[in-house]
Design a protein. Structure first.
Length: 250
């Protein structure tokens, strides 16, 4: 084998390295990092959090147990505000706890009903977190184990005052989540009130409209759940994040 063939094989092997083997928290060209892999410099931790949002082995780790008295401050908030942007972020659910009654969500964003008009639910292992866009819980991009998949915008889908096309638009076209314990990647693009989301390279939300979303705001990594009677509630945020990169759009 000549030198040229060896170089070609070497280059190919580098390009196909699994994400876990690539250098973490180093932004691609045109992006800047919102997490440096060492500390929470770009994030605001409530003084009374108690160390539950922390950096562990190069990732942001959360155990759903923030001691912050204000529920909204249990979330991890970015220091900076952003308007139009493209965001890359890796996340994984560490494990699930208990069973959660999950609805069957139809393509139009409504819940499937039985013959008596009652929402059909299926008890399923779950964890629950997400990413607030422009400072609002309503514009949260969900991370969870629901059959509908991660990436939906629950606050808009469940708002019956919204037009039908809005509620359908924020409902994932497909479920692209990897199994619990494995890393996933969101590519989130928000320009004006239009949102597109890729999950693991597949488009799950495309050009959805978010009427009334603020023009600018901070990100939040969501707290959800916690302990009840000495056990985790069934939809707690047992999650980790890494490789958080932003590119602001003009």
């Amino acid at each position: 084998m000549n030198t040229r063939h060896i170089l070609i094989l070497l280059a190919a092997s580098i390009l196909t390295l699994p994400a876990a083997e690539q250098k973490l928290n180093q932004p691609p060209k045109g992006f800047r990092a919102l997490f440096n892999g060492k500390d929470l410099e770009h994030w605001v931790v409530d003084p009374q959090d108690g160390g539950h949002w922390k950096v562990l082995d190069g990732v942001i780790d959360y155990d759903a147990l923030s001691e912050a008295p204000d529920r909204n401050n249990k979330n991890l908030w970015s220091r900076d505000e952003f308007g139009d942007f493209e965001l890359l972020i890796d996340w994984r659910i560490k494990r699930t706890t208990g069973l959660y009654p999950m609805p069957i969500v139809l393509p139009d964003g409504s819940d499937k009903l039985d013959e008596n008009g009652k929402v059909i639910t299926i008890p399923t292992p779950n964890a629950d977190s997400g990413i607030y866009l422009r400072g609002e819980g309503k514009s949260q991009v969900n991370i969870w184990c629901w059959p509908i998949g991660s990436g939906e915008v629950y606050g808009y889908r469940r708002d019956k005052s919204m037009p039908a096309e809005v509620r359908a638009g924020v409902t994932p076209k497909l479920r692209a989540d990897k199994p619990v314990g494995e890393w996933n990647r969101f590519k989130i693009r928000l320009q004006g009130e239009r949102l597109t989301i890729e999950l693991n390279g597949k488009t799950v939300i495309e050009n959805a409209r978010l009427p009334g979303i603020p023009e600018k705001g901070r990100f939040a990594l969501q707290h959800h759940g916690g302990m009840k009677d000495g056990e985790y509630s069934a939809a707690s945020s047992l999650v980790q994040f890494r490789n958080i990169f932003i590119r602001e759009l003009k």
